[in-house]
Design a protein around this ligand. Structure first.
Ligand SMILES: [Zn+2]
Length: 821
């Protein structure tokens, strides 16, 4: 889960003192092409950069020569000697008039024996400011901190066989500690370096904190713990530890020096033992939630933390039961979902720190941000004025609007004649006036609530002003076989129906486990206790008039799969292996018994339950490095010996030589590569085809659908997912590409390309409301629904139906865009 406040993207109020001159990395103002080309080296097959002037700005032109080439990406490297330690990340200007041929952009930073990387997208067709937050980067290999970056790489990934170009300018550091920011967020990268399982959650919770700070208009530098020294932290007034498990002792020593010199700490979850005496906190035991909802909210004692909401929702699955020593106190405690105190501290404070006993999750976002603002304001009072002013300035920055006046005028026009809209707009204006007045009076701690409520009213007005479209297919994927936590299937489906949704896609089976009474797959033990989940969901759907399309995660055996099943698959040689021989708990798609199992389980659902549809997911290989098990080698060889009429005809490999070097011949530009790719995707396609034939024989009107990757031309090779073929053959009745992105331009490019690949098959673009790389507010979801309408898809599907979506997103959509009227 990842927190983003889209409306605030790129609009964060600049609180900073003017940027230091040495912030510039590359202004991209080269004297001539030769100078530019000497600095930015193209990767093999990529065309060279040139200098250009576009819309009044001198810039670097980066051509993407995709037409008639086979390059996977256009990519350029710039050698640098860069210390990015004391800053938040980098910023640059980007111009890309036609991004349709680009599946996505990536920026990389090379450090020692590894890389940091992250994607970015233009938000509009003109000049965009792109901010790269170090906390949103992923690591590849073993990068050794941000102090010695030696290469910056920019890549544009191919989406189609057409040329385009983009321009960049003004590449510079941002959020420089001491000039742009007073806060340092220390990211626990030593966990990744030690190969810890925690590496991903370290990245995730660091990003949650920095995204929330950014949404609040508070600058921060992000510092790897590999680089964190008291000397480097000197410019900071506050250090935040978002999730730093197993903090190395030397890092703790540096933090101790920082605090002894007057610095403050805001920490989450695991409390390093060396810091405890200084912070006057004692580590208690690790406490697991006794049941879902055991830890449901944080309640502050009266006036314990000025500016914080009284109660903040957070459904935590465990906590560290930290206790106050003499000199510290408890500010807030955990409540359960019935509002009863649990007796465990949620937030504690001493003279030099505030500590929360779990990581910062992204539920109840508006209150979460107010709490974070109050924590920061308590520790660094200088920041109160800035954050309060930023909060007032941000009223109206919803749904891509840059000012309150423009937002209010547009909403009033769209919702003309709707009394609800007029009334919500009036409340928003009044609250905004109050927030401005409080800010002028210097009552900064009171501003946050008014500003947040003003924005909430404006959001409601925006949602109410939307109009439903008749006959639209409106669906949710539901990742849990048990539906929405804390709701029965009946309640969860009624909520969808009441708000105008027409279909649900619940995940009821995996490659190796079923959440219903299956005769072909192992049944999850939970079914004995909680009952047959398909039966319950079908009953609710029939009652409320919602379609049910049962979702299977194919091949991937699943999280509740019995160990014996995996063991048996291993013994029988039915699991996948990488080219280096590493085994994966995914069923090998070329194994005939696995194909039969995949088909039989989906057909079983179609036969045994009154469902509207069955839905493929993970109907592909895990990545481009699978499957290389021994069985794959044998089966590939025997397939090659089949008479040509039994194989797809493809002149490019008809005369392929015999297999001599396994797996080298089928990798990279090996002689059997194209033949291998054809055979490989054929294994996946065989399951789609057979499922289609057998399910339709039982239920001629059943709808067969698939969740697919976004970029068919490259995905058919990389993961063997040939979904355009499945559409062309009529094996799918609906196709749902997972178009999870926070960029509306990128979303629109995806939809445009996918419409042509889907052909006559209805396209239901997947909107990533709460996907791993995209988190959308209700207004942002509405913007993407409006894009699907512009492209006349007549429907969409949203990921994922969980607690925040059931409680907030669905009712907000039900106010207008999906309303039952
Ligand atoms: Zn295999």
């Amino acid at each position: 889960m990842r927190t983003r406040f889209i409306a605030a993207l790129g609009l964060t109020v600049c609180l900073a003192v003017a940027r230091a001159d040495d912030a510039t990395i590359d202004s991209c103002q080269y004297a001539d092409n030769a100078a530019a080309q000497a600095a930015w080296r193209p990767m093999r097959g990529t065309a060279a950069v040139t200098v250009a002037k576009i819309e009044g700005r001198r810039a670097l032109r980066m051509p993407c020569n995709f037409a008639g080439t086979t390059i996977e990406r256009a990519s350029w490297d710039r050698k640098v000697q860069l210390d990015l330690v004391p800053c938040q990340g980098v910023q640059f200007k980007l111009y890309c008039k036609n991004a349709a041929p680009v599946a996505g952009f990536t920026i990389y930073f090379e450090s020692d024996t590894g890389w940091y990387s992250t994607g970015f997208h233009p938000q509009s067709a003109g000049w965009n400011t792109i901010t790269i937050n170090k906390a949103s980067t992923r690591t590849e290999g073993k990068p050794s901190g941000w102090g010695r970056i030696k290469t910056i790489r920019i890549s544009a990934w191919r989406a189609k066989n057409a040329d385009t170009e983009f321009y960049i300018a003004d590449l510079a550091k941002t959020g420089v500690l001491g000039t742009d920011s007073l806060i340092a967020v220390v990211r626990g990268e030593s966990a990744a370096r030690a190969g810890s399982d925690e590496a991903r959650s370290v990245d995730q919770f660091a990003e949650n904190v920095t995204d929330n700070l950014r949404a609040l208009g508070i600058g921060c530098a992000i510092i790897s713990d590999l680089d964190a020294t008291a000397e480097r932290l000197k410019q900071a007034k506050l250090v935040i530890l978002p999730h730093n498990p197993g903090m190395p002792d030397n890092v703790a020593d540096e933090l101790i020096k920082f605090v002894q010199d007057g610095g403050k700490l805001l920490g989450f979850y695991s409390l390093p033992s060396k810091l405890r005496p200084l912070l006057k906190l004692e580590q208690g035991r690790h406490v697991k939630a006794e049941r879902p909802g055991h830890f449901a909210a944080i309640r502050f004692a009266d006036n314990a933390l000025p500016g914080a909401p009284q109660t903040v929702g957070q459904r935590s699955w465990n906590i560290n039961d930290t206790k106050p020593a003499s000199g510290a106190r408890v500010l807030a405690e955990w409540l359960d979902d019935a509002g009863k105190p649990t007796g465990h501290a949620a937030v504690l404070a001493s003279g030099n720190c505030i500590w929360m006993t779990h990581v910062l999750l992204d539920d109840d976002l508006a209150n979460k941000q107010r709490m974070l603002m109050a924590m920061v304001g308590q520790l660094v009072p200088d920041l109160w004025r800035q954050t309060a002013e930023a909060a007032v300035a941000q009223i109206g920055q919803i749904a891509g609007y840059k000012t309150y006046d423009k937002a209010a005028a547009d909403i009033a026009r769209t919702g003309r004649g709707d009394k609800r809209v007029a009334s919500a707009l009036a409340s928003a204006r009044q609250l905004r006036d109050t927030a401005q007045a409080l800010c002028k009076q210097g009552r900064f701690t009171d501003v946050a609530e008014k500003a947040a409520t003003a924005n909430q009213k404006l959001r409601e007005a925006f949602c109410m002003a939307q109009k439903p479209l008749k006959g639209e297919f409106r669906a949710f994927w539901c990742h849990s076989a048990f539906g929405v936590e804390g709701m029965t299937w009946d309640e969860a489906i009624k909520n969808l129906a009441d708000n105008g949704f027409t279909a649900v896609f619940p995940n009821m089976l995996w490659g190796g486990v079923a959440f219903y009474q299956s005769k072909v797959l192992p049944v999850a033990p939970d079914v004995a206790e909680k009952g047959d989940q398909i039966a319950q969901c079908v009953a609710a759907c029939k009652k409320h008039g919602v379609q049910i399309h049962v979702w299977k995660v194919n091949w991937n055996t699943g999280w509740r799969t019995p160990k014996e099943f995996i063991e048996r698959m291993r013994r029988e040689g039915r699991l996948q292996a990488s080219s280096k021989g590493k085994e994966e708990p995914w069923l090998c798609p070329s194994h005939p018994e696995n194909q039969k199992l995949e088909v039989a389980s989906m057909v079983e659902v179609a036969r045994e339950y009154d469902v509207d549809g069955i839905h493929f997911d993970y109907i592909r290989y895990p990545n481009n490095d699978h499957c290389f098990c021994n069985g794959c080698k044998e089966r590939f060889e025997s397939w090659r010996k089949l008479p040509a009429c039994d194989r797809p005809q493809n002149a490019s490999w008809k005369l392929a030589p015999p297999l001599q070097n396994w797996p080298k011949d089928v990798l990279g530009d090996g002689p059997l590569r194209l033949q291998w790719l054809d055979w490989r995707r054929g294994n996946i396609t065989a399951v789609v085809k057979a499922t289609n034939e057998q399910a339709r024989a039982i239920k001629p009107n059943i709808k067969i659908s698939a969740a697919v990757f976004r970029n068919w031309p490259s995905d058919r090779d990389s993961v063997g997912q040939d979904w355009k073929l499945w559409c062309d053959k009529g094996w799918l009745d609906l196709v749902c590409p997972m178009d999870y992105t926070e960029s509306n331009t990128t979303f629109e490019n995806f939809v445009t390309n996918q419409k042509t690949w889907a052909g006559k098959v209805p396209l239901r673009p997947g909107i990533g409301a709460s996907a791993s790389r995209s988190h959308l507010t209700p207004e942002h979801v509405i913007q993407q629904i409006n894009i699907t309408r512009r492209h006349n898809t007549k429907g969409f599907i949203i990921f994922n139906y969980g607690v925040p979506q059931a409680k907030e997103l669905v009712p907000m959509l039900g106010l207008g865009i999906t309303a039952k009227r």
